[in-house]
Design a protein around this ligand. Sequence first.
Ligand code: ADP
Length: 196
Amino acid sequence: MAAGLGDFTGIGEKLMPETGTPLEKIFIVKGDITRLSVDAIVNAANSSLLGGGGVDGAIHRAAGPELLEECRKLGGCPTGEARITRGYGLPARYVIHTVGPVWRDGKHGEYDLLASCYRNVLRLALQYDLNTVAFPAISTGAYRFPPARAAEIALRETVKFINRHSAIKKIFFVCFSPAIFQAYKNALKQYAKSQV
Ligand code: ADP
């Protein structure tokens, strides 16, 4: 298991270190997900899986052309589902690609689809025996999902999952912008409060 953070900058914002609760496995960090040496990083891909902008572009650039070659063989991925590839030039061993929903108005299944992304990624991680997983804030960039709601869903689904499956040891939520970082910190505080 490679859980080292390498030279990842801005690391270290761990909140709510309540020993014995699943929250101690959750880390909210700032930075670039492509630099994390975890078992798997998650890609907020589009349904073609053939690369795009944002975090998807950054992951493909850092992994190199072999990633695109493997993605081509997968034949795409529907919204809410996930697919796994190797990490190639990345410090992470695997990339789990998931396709988040495009935000419209919240009345088109966006909440459930985003929750499915988190569940399906974690199911794959379990299946491949991966203990450390790093997520970007899926759908909060080009797909315009409101960050506060997205962070809430990310946290709720992840905590629910790791409560049931102790094989997952560490989850990183990697925030690329201060607004997303703040949204996750708020969501974590809310969640912790709701548990007492
Ligand atoms: P989506 O299409 O799912 O919205 P984006 O890549 O546009 O995907 O954005 C998703 C989130 O990923 C945004 O919060 C964006 O700021 C963030 N992001 C972009 N580049 C990186 C990166 N290198 N590492 C981590 N997060 C990133």
